[in-house]
Design a protein around this ligand. Structure first.
Ligand SMILES: Cc1cc2nc3c(=O)[nH]c(=O)nc-3n(C[C@H](O)[C@H](O)[C@H](O)COP(=O)(O)O)c2cc1C
Length: 78
């Protein structure tokens, strides 16, 4: 059976969330998943993945715009 594909997408302004996303990706790979870690602005389509991990930093109570865009797409397509 082929490995399940997981997208770890992140919205990061200064890199902290990106580092956490890379770490989550590493951990999932160690568990046998096929993982793509990508900045949210580089993600055009979330179909084709068996699972998505989405993270974004908070500034003044607002979630990162790029992460919100993918979140809205996920809500619309799943
Ligand atoms: C101006 C400013 C506003 C922030 N506002 C919030 C906030 O409202 N809630 C929160 O939990 N963290 C807040 N933080 C903390 C950031 O979300 C945190 O440092 C995060 O790790 C930054 O991630 P990034 O480097 O991926 O952008 C704020 C940080 C700064 C500098």
């Amino acid at each position: 059976m082929s490995a399940q594909r997981v997208l770890v997408a992140y919205g990061s302004k200064h890199g902290a969330t990106a580092g956490i996303a890379e770490e989550i990706g590493r951990s999932l790979r160690d568990d046998g998943f096929e993982v793509v870690v990508a900045p949210a602005q580089d993600v055009d389509d979330v179909r084709g993945y068996d699972g998505v991990v989405l993270g974004g930093s908070l500034y003044a109570g607002r979630w990162n715009n790029r992460a919100r865009r993918i979140g809205a797409e996920l809500a619309a397509t799943h």
